[in-house]
Write a protein that binds this ligand. Sequence first.
Ligand SMILES: CC(C)(COP(=O)(O)OP(=O)(O)OC[C@H]1O[C@@H](n2cnc3c(N)ncnc32)[C@H](O)[C@@H]1OP(=O)(O)O)[C@@H](O)C(=O)NCCC(=O)NCCS
Length: 177
Amino acid sequence: MENLRLETDRLIIRNWRESDIEPYAELSADTEVMTYIGDGLPRNMEYARTFVHQMMTLYEERGWIRFAVEHKDSGDFMGFCGYELVDEVLDYGWRYVRKYWGGGYGSEAAIAVLELGRNRYGLKNIQSKSYPENVGSVRIMEKMGLSFLRESTENGRRVVHYGFPDEAAAAEEQGTM
Ligand SMILES: CC(C)(COP(=O)(O)OP(=O)(O)OC[C@H]1O[C@@H](n2cnc3c(N)ncnc32)[C@H](O)[C@@H]1OP(=O)(O)O)[C@@H](O)C(=O)NCCC(=O)NCCS
């Protein structure tokens, strides 16, 4: 697979490296970062190693993954932004180290990687979900142009799903989601 290196004004979007495992493990062990992820519990080094290796393998196989995001000026590993199949839905997600929250980086990466997913990889019916209390995450969805699709419950908590209504409807009609 041709090596991806997508640059935005302040970010580099790329495949993962072995050296990302340690900072990704730190991010995953941060209880504040993990508050709105799944069961809300922090994860360990083994999880981080497995995740990074899984992303590297999927990158070789199909290209689109939850890409690593790097801070252009400092070279810092910041987190991820990208795609994963979750319960047969093309889930678009993001997660960053606390140090970089609130600086517009989440939106910058999300908008660039959405374009990448649609134009380079031809991805359709991209969806994103969040606990509604995660206001920053829902705001990113809105800024990308996604619309509210439906609600569900996960881990006993309310979840909102966003996406492209026309593509979601077409996929439902074809029975592909
Ligand atoms: C959610 C997260 C990705 C946001 O990233 P970020 O880089 O801080 O986002 P941005 O700075 O681009 O902000 C996006 C918008 O949300 C708003 N926002 C961000 N965090 C917010 C917060 N905690 N409360 C209210 N608004 C918030 C920003 O003001 C901005 O809106 P605006 O452009 O209208 O002013 C980041 O906080 C994070 O990694 N959280 C932990 C992991 C996580 O929860 N991932 C998502 C799971 S669904």
